[in-house]
Design a protein around this ligand. Structure first.
Ligand code: ADP
Ligand code: ADP
Length: 231
């Protein structure tokens, strides 16, 4: 069944650019769903609406069968949505542990049980093969590690739906391979993954379905088996 459904979404930016025009997009529970399209097709804008960064001018968003209004990233997080940004939202001068704690409860830090937070982080890291050095300063880590911390942070905050915005753009082929293994592990454990990309070759192996966007519109949804090999 569908965990997330967007219906008739239109988004016009203040400068008049129509970033999304009557887009419908739906994601099934436990699938890896790729959102593909050229630069400027409207993919990030659509994801920003799911994460409460932008608001649709028209259309509706449904989570587990109920219509929701996602007013802010905090609201999205409370609804179990996690976002791994292309430009990481980490504090580079702080350690991995400190970033995790910031991720849990930004308004109440200082009241977080640090030991419990670290225990949870360790458990999640082990379960999903997302190993990181908890003492390392984020600024000193390679991008692949920063991305891993963002994924961990989202999971620690209870994400069931994970949105990754062009996650492989910054990765080496080896890091990409590791990421894909981690995503498959997440999927096996019941997480739903939305993956923005413009490289069909790369994602075909791990995705269940693909939605293609062009010039602000959704122009097709494909089961991966039905995708042509030459593309
Ligand atoms: P994609 O993620 O597929 O590259 P975007 O959603 O980023 O596409 O962009 C869709 C269109 O909206 C583009 O023409 C882009 O320049 C424009 N756009 C994106 N963000 C903004 C913004 N904050 N203000 C104005 N225009 C924007
Ligand atoms: P992303 O694809 O992750 O949104 P970008 O580099 O395309 O990253 O955009 C960086 C920021 O600039 C985003 O917040 C986006 O909304 C904004 N932006 C993108 N295109 C435009 C535009 N044409 N006018 C104004 N802001 C834009």
């Amino acid at each position: 069944d569908h965990i997330l459904k967007l219906e008739g979404i239109t988004k016009v930016y203040p400068n008049g650019i129509v970033a999304n025009k009557d887009v419908s997009f739906s994601v099934k529970v436990g699938e890896i769903h790729a959102l593909m399209g050229e630069n400027g097709a409207g993919k990030s804008t659509l994801m920003k609406m799911i994460f409460g960064i932008e608001k649709p001018d028209e259309g509706s968003i449904w989570l587990n069968g109920s219509q929701v209004e996602i007013k802010s990233p905090d609201a999205a997080i409370k609804l179990g949505i996690g976002m791994v940004h292309q430009h990481f939202m980490l504090v580079p001068s702080l350690t991995v542990t400190e970033n995790m704690i910031l991720g849990i409860e930004p308004t109440k830090r200082g009241f977080v049980d640090v030991q419990a937070a670290m225990r949870m982080t360790r458990e999640i890291a082990e379960k999903y093969n997302l190993h990181v050095d908890p003492q390392a300063k984020v600024a000193d880590l390679p991008v692949g590690m920063k991305q891993r911390i963002e994924i961990l942070k989202a999971l620690l905050r209870g994400a069931k739906i994970l949105i990754l915005d062009e996650p492989t753009a910054v990765l080496t082929p080896q890091e990409t391979e590791e990421l894909f293994k981690q995503l498959l592990l997440l999927k096996e454990n019941g997480h739903t993954i939305i993956f923005i990309s413009h490289k069909l070759k790369e994602i075909k192996d791990i995705c269940n379905r693909i939605t293609i966007m062009r010039a602000g519109r959704s122009v097709g949804v494909y089961e991966v088996d039905a995708v042509s090999e030459e593309d």
